[in-house]
Write a protein of this length. Structure first.
Lengths: 252, 321
C-alpha cells in the first residue's frame, strides 16, 4: 500500500521566505498523526501544501500517491477557526451538503445519493439531530462535529484537521478524539491533526510530525513524547509523566 | 404650519391614479428591482457584505451626477461607477482586515466627487435629489428595458454560480481547498450586486437602497435558514414593500421611497422581535448564549449581550471577525 503522504527533502517557502526545509518522512495509510510545533513554525503551511494551495519550493511531495493538487476530492479538510469563518446563517445540513455539491455549477442535480451521503456523514459524527439547526445555534463542539461531517461527506482517504481543539472544553476534546479513533477504525482513513497541545490526543496518536528548528521531522509517538525533545520544541521545560492510561506530558 | 402639509393626506381619487401610465411603469420598475434585490440580498446577508452594498450606492452617486452633468443616461453613469467600485472593492480581497476601512475611504472619496458634479450641475438639482432619494414615479421606458436586462442577467448568472458562491461564502477555506475559485467568485458577486444597486438607487435612492437590497433578506433569514426559502421570502418581502409602498404613496400623497423604506423597516423589526423571542426559548440548554461568556462583564466593558454575533439578526453590517 502506498503511503498517505511522502516527502523527500521538501522545502516549504512563502514569498521567498523559507519556513521549513529538509522535510523527509512518510505517513502510513490509516494512521492518526499529530502535527506539532511552536506558533509560526509552519504547521498550517504543511496542510496547505497537502491541499495543493502552496507548492513545495523544492523536493518531492506525494499525497495519496499523487502530486498535491487543489480540489483533490480524496482529501477532507477542517480549517482552523472553522466556526468563525463560517456563514453561521445556514443550517448544519446545508453546510454538509455543500461539502459534496458545493463545487457544482447550476441548480438542481442534487440526487438521492447526495442526500443519503449527507445523512450518513451527519450520522457518523452523531450530528443527525443537529441537521436542521443553524450553525450559529450550535456549541463549539457541535460545530466542530458538523465541520468534520462536511469533510467526510466527500468520502476522503485523508482527513486534515487544523487546531480542532481550539475553544473546546476537555469533554468536547475527548469526544472529538473518540470520533477520530472510530473514523480510523471504520474507514481506515489517514488523519492529520494540527494541535498545540498533544495531551488530549496522545491516546490516539500513532506518530507526530514535529517542526523543529526550521526542519520537518516525523517520529513514532513513543519517540516524540520525550522530555528533551518536547522541551527543545516548545523552548520551555516539559516533563513527561507516564500514567496507567497512557502518556501525559506537562509543563513543569 | 398646517397649510404646508396640505398636500399630504388621504387622496380619494387614488384608485384612478394607480391606473395612470406612469404608475404602471413604477410598478413594473419596482417589481424588477425587488426581484433583483431579493436574489442578491441573500448573498449580501450571508456573506456579511452589507457594508459593500451600502458603499456601492454611494460610489454610484458621482456616476449619476456626472450623467446629469453630461447628459448621458443616469442608469449608464450609475452602472459604470458601481461596477468600477465593485471591481475595486473586490480587488481588496475578502480576507483583508482593513477592507472596511478601504471601502469606506473609497465611499467618501466617491461621495465627494458626487458633490462636485452636483454643484457643477446646479441648475438641475431635481435630478440630483432623485439620485439621493430615488424617484420611482419618474421611471422611463428605457429604464424599464435596462432593468429587465439587468434582472435577467443577474438571475441567469446567479443560477449558474449560486451554489459555488454559497460554498465560497459560508466556508471559504474549505471551498478554496476543494477547487472553488473563491476570489473571482467574490468579484462576480460584487459585480452582480453593483447591477442590483444601480437599479435600487433609481427606486429608493443612494441613501435608502439598503432597505431594499439588504433589509428584506435579513428579515427572511431571521425566519428561515434554508437558502432557497430565504431567497424566495426575501424577494416576496421586497415585492410587498414596493407594491404596498407605491399604493400608500398614492393614497396619502407621500414620497414612494419613504413608504417603501418604512414598510421594509417595519417588517424587519416585527420579524426580529418575534423570531428573536422564539430563538431565545430554543437555545440549547435553555440559557442564552450571553450567559455562557466566561468573563462576566465588568464595569467599563460592554454587556455580553452586545457581543452576540450579528448572525442571529441576519448579520447586518457586522463582520464578526
Amino acid at each position: 500500500m502506498t503511503d498517505a503522504i511522502a516527502l523527500d527533502d521538501v522545502t516549504a517557502a512563502r514569498g521567498g521566505t523559507v519556513i521549513w526545509s529538509e522535510g523527509t518522512f512518510t505517513i502510513s495509510t490509516g494512521t492518526i498523526v499529530g502535527v506539532i510545533g511552536p506558533n509560526g513554525s509552519g504547521k498550517t503551511t504543511l496542510l496547505e501544501m497537502i491541499l495543493g494551495l502552496l507548492l513545495p519550493a523544492s523536493g518531492r511531495f506525494a499525497v495519496l500517491g499523487d502530486a498535491p493538487h487543489r480540489g483533490n476530492a480524496r482529501v477532507g479538510y477542517v480549517p482552523q477557526n472553522y466556526a468563525s469563518e463560517t456563514g453561521t446563517g445556514v443550517r448544519s445540513r446545508d453546510l454538509v451538503t455543500l461539502g459534496r455539491t458545493g463545487t457544482r455549477w447550476g441548480v438542481g442535480g442534487r440526487s438521492g445519493e447526495d442526500r443519503a451521503a449527507v445523512d450518513a456523514a451527519l450520522a457518523e459524527v452523531s450530528a443527525t439531530d443537529l441537521a436542521p439547526r443553524r450553525v450559529s445555534q450550535l456549541s463549539g463542539g457541535q460545530q466542530q462535529r458538523v465541520a468534520i461531517a462536511q469533510a467526510l461527506v466527500g468520502d476522503p482517504d485523508l482527513l486534515l484537521l487544523d487546531e480542532p481543539f481550539a475553544n473546546l472544553d476537555v469533554h468536547n476534546q475527548h469526544e472529538i478524539v473518540e470520533l477520530l479513533r472510530s473514523l480510523r477504525e471504520s474507514r481506515g482513513v489517514t488523519i492529520l491533526v494540527v494541535a498545540h497541545d498533544l495531551n488530549s490526543l496522545l491516546s490516539v496518536l500513532d506518530g507526530a510530525v514535529y517542526l523543529l528548528d526550521g526542519h520537518a521531522h516525523y517520529g513514532a509517538i513513543g519517540d516524540v513524547v520525550d522530555s528533551a525533545l518536547l522541551s527543545h520544541l516548545y523552548d520551555t521545560p516539559i516533563k513527561v509523566v507516564r500514567t496507567a492510561q497512557g502518556d501525559l506530558f506537562t509543563r513543569s | 404650519m398646517l397649510h404646508m402639509l396640505a398636500d399630504v393626506g388621504y387622496q380619494p381619487d387614488w384608485p384612478a391614479v394607480l391606473r395612470v401610465g406612469f404608475m404602471r411603469d413604477a410598478f413594473i420598475g419596482g417589481t424588477l428591482v425587488a426581484l433583483a434585490s431579493g436574489l442578491i440580498g441573500y448573498f449580501v446577508v450571508i456573506r456579511r457584505d452589507a457594508f459593500a452594498a451600502h458603499a456601492l450606492g454611494h460610489i454610484g452617486f458621482p456616476g449619476a451626477t456626472l450623467a446629469v452633468l453630461t447628459g448621458i443616461p443616469v442608469t449608464l453613469g450609475l452602472a459604470l461607477f458601481c461596477v468600477g467600485g465593485a471591481l475595486a472593492i473586490g480587488a481588496l480581497g475578502k480576507q483583508a482586515a482593513s477592507r472596511e476601512v478601504s471601502t469606506g475611504t473609497i465611499l467618501s472619496a466617491a461621495t465627494g466627487l458626487g458633490i462636485l458634479f452636483a454643484s457643477l450641475a446646479s441648475e438641475n438639482t431635481g435630478a440630483v435629489t432623485s439620485v439621493l432619494f430615488g424617484n420611482l414615479l419618474a421611471i422611463s421606458h428605457s429604464q424599464i428595458f435596462t432593468f429587465t436586462v439587468f434582472t435577467a442577467a443577474l438571475a441567469i448568472v446567479l443560477v449558474i454560480i449560486g451554489r459555488p458562491l454559497l460554498f465560497a461564502s459560508v466556508a471559504p477555506d474549505v471551498a478554496e481547498a476543494k477547487g472553488v475559485r473563491v476570489q473571482p467568485l467574490g468579484i462576480a458577486f460584487l459585480v452582480l450586486l453593483a447591477l442590483a444597486v444601480t437599479m435600487a438607487v433609481q427606486v429608493v435612492g443612494t441613501l435608502l437602497l439598503f432597505a431594499l437590497v439588504v433589509t428584506p433578506a435579513a428579515a427572511a433569514l431571521a425566519i428561515t435558514a434554508r437558502p432557497a426559502f430565504v431567497i424566495a421570502l426575501g424577494t416576496g418581502i421586497g415585492l410587498v414593500c414596493v407594491w404596498l409602498g407605491l399604493i400608500m404613496a398614492v393614497m396619502f400623497n407621500l414620497p414612494p421611497s419613504f413608504c417603501i423604506v418604512t414598510l421594509a423597516f417595519l417588517i424587519w423589526i416585527v420579524t426580529l422581535a418575534t423570531t428573536g423571542a422564539q430563538r431565545r426559548r430554543v437555545r440549547p440548554g435553555g440559557t442564552p448564549r450571553a450567559a455562557a461568556v466566561v468573563n462576566p462583564p465588568s464595569a467599563g466593558t460592554l454587556p455580553a449581550s452586545h457581543l452576540e454575533p450579528a448572525s442571529s439578526v441576519g448579520g447586518i453590517g457586522q463582520r464578526g471577525r
